[in-house]
Design a protein around this ligand. Structure first.
Ligand code: PLP
Length: 412
């Protein structure tokens, strides 16, 4: 054979793989078939867009995590949300959504879905089941939830909403990114589709975008069919990174949660902070629902500053050295985000009495993060004397709080 042919065919390499701790990494668009009767056989894998070995390993791990028969992969968390909605509603039908949904979810529903003749109405994130049921009309097809909301953290009574929806023949989907598939199990509580931005805790290192939707039975069949028609696909390299993230997910999440709870308690003691939004705090409005349904908290929390600091939020953020300013969360690093512009879009407004900031508590030593916050808060209120005070009280601490103090079993 000519050198060109030899080199091209030689690159196929040896097909016998040895066993390693890491999953198989398989790339491919074309799949070689053994005989022509297989080419149009829909029961076989015949094209790479359906996913190969790496995708299959990730899908089965995510399905296991979510307690679902199947999990579908999407190129981002947002496309997992839009893909699920597209799969479950049609022109002339209507979606009910909690008002605390992720902003781009609202934009898709109010934009693309509206253009295709799908209606939408929003209920307060703390609406009772009876209030939600009262909104149901003849064309309501889907209830879309997010609990806790990723800016204001209201927890919804998911089992009761799911049971009510089921009794009315309405499907339910939830953005389960906060729980990372670990801290809350939507399908076990009667929800039809559990959606995650894997970009956050599953991938965990702020370097991959991906999403998933987990479901069983006829809902899984609808997602499979719509996904194949639309052509969603993720790269096997990214799927591999998600599999890598899954191996340390429970350990990272437990640490994020403990650290965030400690920061939340400390923030509660600060005069500059009017309110801390963290469902794991006993004083938080929907803490009891969280305690009943969740096995722990993640690293995300909100804080409402006293209203007099409204004009100095930028200064506070500039004063932080360990908290990066940016969107997203779930990575190893701590982040801060001013949230007020995002609250404006809500149908029912927001009851934050001052500027709302969101913190993602990363894996850095907790005492360093608290010291950073202390310095920046003190600069707001009294020109910077608070950091030393904090050091006196907390230095020498291990950075981890005992499980008993966490007040809640955080599953590892
Ligand atoms: C980030 C996020 C998404 C979107 O995920 P991407 O992977 O960034 O597209 C959806 N829902 C919530 C709650 C998020 O925080």
């Amino acid at each position: 054979m000519d050198e060109v042919t030899r080199i091209i065919r030689g690159c196929e390499g040896d097909r016998q793989l040895v066993r390693t701790p890491a999953p198989l990494m398989q790339r491919g668009s074309t799949i070689f078939l053994d005989d022509s009767s297989q080419v149009y056989d829909k029961s076989l894998l015949t094209y790479g867009r359906s996913g190969l070995a790496t995708h299959a390993a990730l899908r089965s791990a995510l399905a296991d995590l979510e307690g679902a028969e199947d999990a579908f992969l999407f190129p981002s968390g947002l496309s997992a949300i839009t893909g699920t909605i597209q799969a479950l509603v049609s022109t002339g039908e209507e979606i009910l959504l909690c008002d605390s949904v992720y902003g781009p979810t609202r934009q898709f529903v109010d934009g693309t879905m509206a253009r295709f003749g799908v209606g939408a109405r929003y209920f307060r994130a703390d609406a009772s089941v009876a209030e939600i049921e009262a909104l149901i009309g003849a064309n309501t097809r889907l209830i879309f939830l997010e609990s806790p909301g990723s800016l204001t953290f209201e927890v919804q009574d998911i089992p009761a909403i799911a049971a009510m929806a089921k009794s009315r023949g309405i499907r339910t989907a939830i953005d389960n990114t906060y729980a990372a598939g670990v801290l809350f199990k939507p399908l076990a509580h009667g929800i039809d589709v559990s959606i995650q931005s894997l970009t956050k805790y599953v991938c965990g290192h702020s370097d991959v975008l991906m999403g998933s939707a987990a479901a069983s039975g006829d809902v899984a069949a609808l997602l499979a069919r719509s996904g194949a028609e639309v052509g969603w696909y993720v790269s096997p390299d990214d799927a591999y990174l998600a599999l890598r993230g899954l191996k340390t997910l429970h350990a990272r999440l437990a640490r994020h949660g403990l650290s965030a709870l400690r920061v939340a308690r400390w923030l509660e003691s600060r005069a500059e902070v009017r309110r801390v939004l963290c469902p794991a705090l006993p004083g938080f409005g929907t803490h009891d629902l969280w305690k009943r349904d969740f096995s722990g908290a993640c690293g995300l929390l909100g804080m409402v500053l006293a209203p007099e600091y409204g004009k100095r939020v930028g200064q506070f953020i500039k004063g932080l050295q360990l908290f990066g300013l940016g969107f997203s969360w779930g990575g190893f690093e701590s982040l801060v985000l001013p949230c007020d512009p995002q609250l404006v879009a809500r149908a029912h407004g927001s009851d934050c009495e001052g500027p709302l900031l969101r913190l993602h508590i990363g894996l850095e030593a907790t005492e360093d993060l608290i010291e950073d916050l202390a310095r920046a808060l003190s600069a707001l209120s009294d020109g910077g004397s608070g950091a030393g005070h904090f050091c006196d009280r907390h230095k020498g601490d291990s950075g981890l709080i005992p499980e008993a103090e966490a007040g809640r079993h955080l599953s590892i």
